[in-house]
Structures are given as C-alpha cells and as structure tokens.
Ligand binder design. Structure first.
Ligand code: G3P
Length: 219
C-alpha cells in the first residue's frame, strides 16, 4: 500500500521523508490556505522534495478554464498529479486531459457510480472521502469497500486513494479492504507511531537489561 502525506506544509513533509514510508503528497485549497499567499512557490518546493506524486487541485470553475489551469499545474513538475473535483461538467475535460497524458486525481468522490465513471476515463487516482461521510452519520468505510469491489469486477487501473482519514480505524480498514493508497494527515501519523504496548515492552527490556549493570551488549 502507498502512503501519502495529506499536507502542504514543507517542514512536516521534510520530517517524514527520511523514514522512507512516504510515497507522495496530497494538497488541496484548504491545506494550501494555511501556508501563506505564495502557493506556487510552496507547491514548487514540495514537488522538489517529494520523489512520488504530488496532487495539486484546480480552483477554476468553468470547464475551459479548468482545462487551461490543469495544463498549467501539470507543468509545475513531472511528479504533479492534477486534482479535479467530481462534476459531470468536468468529465469531458478529464477525458481530454487523460488523453493528453496528464495524471489526474478525481477528488470528493462519495459514490461507487462517480468512481466507476472516472475509472472508465483512465484517471490515475480516485479519492473517496471517508471522514466526510461519517460527518453526516454514514459509514464512510462502505464507499471504500464498494470501490474495491468495483475495481476488481471490471479490472480498472485507477488507484483507490482513501482520503479524509481521521483516525486509526479508518486507516486499518482501508488497508484490510484493499485501498491502493491512503493519504494521512501528519497529526494522525504522529499518533500512529506511538503504541502503549510497544512503549511498555521497551521499558521492561531496559529494566531487565539494567540488572546486568552493563552499558553495551558487547561489553
Ligand atoms: O485528503 C482530503 C482531506 O484533506 C480532507 O480531509 O478531514 O477535511 O475531511 P477532511
């Protein structure tokens, strides 16, 4: 499974890259709005430090403008994936962009039908938002389960990118259900690194080792 960082914060990306577990980054206008006004610079920096795919979202609304902006965004760096929210008006734009060889991530996916339509177009990623389904009292994991079945039924190549992951259960279930990618906010990644039983186990090993009154294993 690929793990992407869901942030536009350079320091946080630089913190996690050396661990080797980060395969890419996803950004969106809300995340970018936290990083100051010079979004182009912020994005160029991110693309320079991340080896894998970096999703950058269009903000234009009119389909021709969306197409032009998508082309501009794709030129920022070779690892850019253009993120476009699902809307029927954008299907022909997405179709054209895929044919132009531009990597596309269709975002704000909430149904298996939306996901099927854009998989047919050959987009690189489809991004179902788990937490936002939960916000309105539906189990957001159902959409991941359905998308995995849909992908296997038809042999689509588009990767299922589980997004709006809020807690460990979202991530665990995404892994077990077979999502191809999970994009994780750095705050959650921090929490995932600490397990009380691991901490407890280390303490016990240290306590037992100290009984030998030796500094090193080979003293
Ligand atoms: O990757 C999508 C994510 O940034 C949205 O998350 O928690 O605002 O629903 P959230």
């Amino acid at each position: 499974m690929k793990i992407f960082l869901d942030t536009a914060n350079r320091e946080l990306i630089e913190k996690w890259i050396p661990t080797g577990i980060i395969d890419g980054v996803t950004t969106n206008p809300s995340l970018l709005s936290k990083e100051g006004k010079n979004s182009k610079k912020v994005l160029e920096n991110i693309c320079g430090i991340v080896k894998g795919d970096v999703s950058i979202e269009i903000v234009k609304k009119e389909p021709n403008e969306v197409y032009k902006q998508a082309i501009q965004i794709s030129k920022i760096a070779p690892n850019v994936v253009v993120k476009i929210p699902f809307a029927w008006e954008y299907l022909s734009v997405i179709n054209k962009l895929v044919k132009d060889g531009i990597k596309i991530n269709v975002t704000l996916i909430f149904s298996v039908v939306q996901a099927t339509l854009v998989s047919k177009l050959g987009v690189k990623y489809i991004s179902p938002f788990i937490g936002r389904w939960d916000d309105i009292d539906r189990d957001g994991m159902d959409v991941i389960e359905n998308l995995v079945i849909m992908k296997h039924n038809y042999g689509f190549k588009s990767e299922i990118l589980a997004a709006s992951i809020r807690h460990v259960i979202h991530l665990q279930k995404s892994i077990l259900m077979g999502a191809d990618v999970a994009t994780i906010p750095p705050t959650l990644l921090d929490k995932l690194m600490v397990h009380p039983l691991t901490q407890q186990g280390i303490k016990k090993f240290d306590a037992d080792w100290s009984k030998l009154e030796k500094e090193d294993l080979f003293d």
